[in-house]
Design a protein around this ligand. Structure first.
Ligand SMILES: C[S@@+](CC[C@H](N)C(=O)[O-])C[C@H]1O[C@@H](n2cnc3c(N)ncnc32)[C@H](O)[C@@H]1O
Length: 385
């Protein structure tokens, strides 16, 4: 997350220095607020799952003291949206250590916001379907100093929803995880081909293409920016941050039925047409029969092909276990390991939720990082082939 933001801010239209973030747990980074950095992050950042602008916090663990804490600080907060009328909703994260249920916590935060806005002369409606602003409340901090933090969701909700996927496939990888996987592979889009040999609905190839050119995943008009004074003077348009990069991406799958899904998703993401003829190639192929010659033939415009990277998430045997018995799956992993061994000098990065994968695949991982895909725990693994 951190390296991606650094790279994006450096290529953004702003001359801004990115401060080092603080860490909250192992999945949250806290940056001092700068609207230009927030603009870059909310429009372009692919690996974050949510982006919130924290406004205030309270150590209260009961409802009445929380309300009493929040109203005065929010009332005097000029970062709140301006009126005359604001439609808003409130979302609450896990709150097991708060002495009331999540619905009650949400109710109190909502009431505090209504009061605070009213004290600023702003009428408000709670509207979960079409809010101008989504406020978020989350519990944060170390066990001895837990707080309820209230902020504004400036990232447009759950960011793995890119709005482009039209066909899901059997076990699609979350877009945020696909982006993390590609960054962990250290793919250099200018010089290295990227191959997803089990691409399913093409989540990884689509993320790769977006990362290569620095394409935005949200437009300012899709975000609450227009309701917040801090973003008033920032651009309305979102140019690619790495224009002119022509990546070489190959998306393959053994299943013929995946091909229309890939085409549909590539088209929905704006990645089809003459401009992408040489950039993204799709095809039906069994990974077990893959050779470097084969990839070279799929990328005829690449002269002297350099070693590249494989990025993929193999079948896990959990969701699609009915088709792949355990033994069959381990055989597939072993066959994949043998096939990818033909690609000397390449790297392979995968997200896998089957603990037996590493053993069966037969290569030693140079990086191992826990992660989860839609409640399925697994590992990011990177291999030098
Ligand atoms: C977990 S899914 C990949 C999901 C994909 N990353 C996405 O986001 O849609 C695994 C894929 O591996 C494919 N697959 C299984 N055996 C294969 C093989 N021998 N060669 C190529 N693809 C294979 C399946 O058809 C399936 O699409």
């Amino acid at each position: 997350m951190e390296a991606e933001l650094k790279r994006l801010v450096m290529r953004s239209p702003f001359a801004v220095r990115l401060e080092a973030p603080k860490r909250e747990g192992d999945a949250t980074l806290l940056y001092p607020f700068d609207a230009r950095v927030a603009w870059v992050a909310t429009c372009h950042h692919r690996t974050s799952s949510r982006i919130s602008w924290d406004l205030c916090s309270s150590t209260a663990v009961r409802l009445e003291p929380l309300f009493a804490d929040l109203v005065p600080v929010l009332s005097s907060d000029d970062r709140l949206p301006a009126g005359p009328r604001v439609r808003f909703s409130v979302e609450v994260g896990a709150s097991v250590d708060f002495e009331a249920g999540p619905l009650q916590l949400r109710g109190v935060v909502k009431n505090a916001i209504v009061d605070a806005l009213a004290s600023r002369g702003i009428a408000s409606d709670v509207d979960a379907d079409a809010p101008d602003i989504v406020f978020v409340a989350r519990r944060a901090g170390p066990p001895e100093a837990r707080r309820t933090v209230v902020g504004i969701d400036i990232g447009g909700g759950a960011r793995h929803r890119r709005g482009a996927r039209v066909a899901g496939g059997l076990a699609p990888l979350r877009e945020t995880l696909a982006a993390q996987l590609i960054l962990l592979s250290r793919w250099d889009a200018r010089t290295e081909p990227l191959v997803d040999p089990m691409a399913g609905s093409a989540t990884i190839p689509i993320e790769a293409a977006g990362l290569a050119v620095g394409a935005a995943i949200r437009r300012p008009s899709d975000l609450p920016h227009r309701h917040l004074a801090a973003f008033k003077d920032l651009p309305r348009e979102v140019p690619d941050l790495f224009p002119g990069t022509v990546p070489r991406i190959v998306a393959l799958d053994i299943d013929q039925a995946c091909i229309p899904a890939m085409v549909g998703n590539l088209r929905a993401a704006g990645l089809t047409g003459p401009a992408y003829d040489n950039a993204i190639v799709i095809g039906q192929q069994d990974v077990r029969t893959l050779t470097p010659d084969h990839i070279a033939r799929l990328l005829p415009s690449v002269r002297n092909m350099q070693p590249g990277v494989f990025c993929f998430n193999p079948p896990y045997g959990v969701r699609i276990g009915a088709e792949h018995g355990d033994e069959q799956l381990l055989d597939l992993y072993a066959d994949m390991g043998r096939a990818l061994a033909r690609f000397e000098g390449w790297r392979a990065a995968c997200f896998v939720a089957n603990p037996q994968f590493v053993y069966a695949f037969g290569h030693r991982a140079t990086l191992t990082k826990p992660a989860s895909n839609a409640n399925l725990s697994g590992l990011f693994l990177v291999f030098q082939l």
